[in-house]
Write a protein that binds this ligand. Structure first.
Ligand code: DQA
Length: 146
């Protein structure tokens, strides 16, 4: 992450309950708080979105249609249920990286299905907070190579 990269205009969306990271099932999600994740990402200068609400997430995705060059999204529990978030992502013509802290494919069967993975450009799961840095690195490369 040391290099300077053109990572402007990237929207990062955190779904519900991710504001509780650090306190929430640390054996599964680690001890890093969302503030710590955000300040790590903010260092690279992108705009962050946080919402516990499905409709607000859809609004943020729609706003990004004209303004953004890429999206990193962890829809949290909405991953497994939200056709609304899926439909909003289908409006976009920019790379979308789906991130999960845990490896959802090693968990309960209801978590093994993502409503957005087939409309996302790529998915990163199971690397903990490192997954966000990996997503930003990959997105920066995609944006730069046009
Ligand atoms: C999660 C996985 C989801 O199943 C869960 O509801 C979350 C977090 C993850 O990052 O591993 O809230 O998206």
């Amino acid at each position: 992450m040391g290099q300077s990269k053109n990572t402007g205009n990237v929207l990062v969306i955190h779904g519900p309950n991710l504001n509780m990271l650090g306190k929430r099932e640390p054996e599964l999600y680690g001890n890093t708080t969302l503030d710590e994740i955000n300040s790590e990402l903010e260092k690279l200068g992108e705009k962050l979105g946080l919402s516990n609400h499905e409709g607000a997430i859809v609004d943020k995705i729609q706003e990004s249609v004209a303004l953004k060059k890429g999206i990193i999204i962890n829809p949290a529990a909405y991953t497994h249920t939200s056709i609304a978030i899926r439909d909003a992502l289908l409006l976009l013509d920019i790379p979308v990286i789906e991130v999960h802290l845990s490896n959802i494919y090693k968990r309960e069967s209801f978590r093994q299905r993502s409503m957005i993975s087939d409309v996302a450009t790529a998915q990163i799961a199971g690397f903990g907070v490192k997954g966000y840095d990996m997503a930003l690195e990959a997105l920066a490369e995609m944006i730069q190579s046009g």
